[in-house]
Design a protein around this ligand. Sequence first.
Ligand code: ZN
Length: 376
Amino acid sequence: MNASLSYADRLKADVETLLRCSGCFGSSLSITDQFTLCCDSCGVTYPIDKEAEICSLLISYRNTDTKENIRSFWGDLYKQLYADIDGSITSNQLSDQLSDLEDMFVKRQHLAAVEMPLADLAGKKVLDIGAGSGAHSCLFRKYGADIVAVDLTPERVLSTAKKLSLVADGQGIVYQADAEHLPFRESSFDIVYSNGVLHHSENTEKCLDEVYRVLRPGGQAIIMLYARHSAVFWLNIFLRGLLSLRFFYQKEAHWVGYLTEGKPKFRGKRNPVTRIFSRGKVATLFSRFDEVSMRRSSFQLDNFAIPKLTQVRCWVYESLGINPHPGGILVYGRPYMCETPFELRLGKLIGWCWNIKARKPISDTGSAEENDEVAP
Ligand SMILES: [Zn+2]
């Protein structure tokens, strides 16, 4: 696609070739004279904000209280971590921060640097599910990917749209959408990337069905999910679950959710859902895929449930001359104390993250399962 396309032209191209209705799943959409997206089959309309360059493809009757809480929590966390930085970021600053981010990803052996084929992204159609504040999508766009980002949280959709508009090359567009009902047609993407997002859905299985459906045959899923048998879970979250008694009266996804991702300081909502996966469960989730690889990562000496341990770890490392990495600013809102080589080695055994790479079978040319739900 031509890199000089305006937002309206890009959206029009997506309406013709990529998007589908989140309600009836039909692909006959059009943009009205009032610049609203309309489904010609079921009549549902979707708002477009031309100024902010975002379009919401959510549909009200698929909303749930849990999804509302997810939006609220991640919106709060966005305001706490990124809103100040995002407000004034310039194209040059973003460019410098993306270079720092990539350097940090390489040092941390991150999904975006190890599994994601950055040098081979030019011209590839890439979907980033749960784009967050947009940093990963911008990095892929910098490498020439034709990037489509989605997020459930409006603050993060806005942030991603703004950052994508500041990257000089490649294509990029973001939609507000639900990973359980992606608003895209079958076999649309070369790569679907999602870093630490799909375990925050109560129905990760449905999300993976959607990943499979929208991948072209031979396309790759590059996904990070949390690992059950990890130091973070057994030596921290599980113990806190027992001590708080939540273990005894809440569903696992809910008490693990409550105890992960921190506590936002604004509306004070806690994270509603975090699921964790054993190796066997990941294998089941990806059983339809070929060439499935699973790599463990992410262990730090402050993973234990001991108060102030994170501050102690940082203090000790800084005393030894190890400084936080500036690449953390774009993704954590502050410089980040990366893992030492010792921690990286342990991360391969007891790390918190499954870095998963899997290929949709080339032989699957059109048998992708349709959504089994019928629009009301
Ligand atoms: Zn429709």
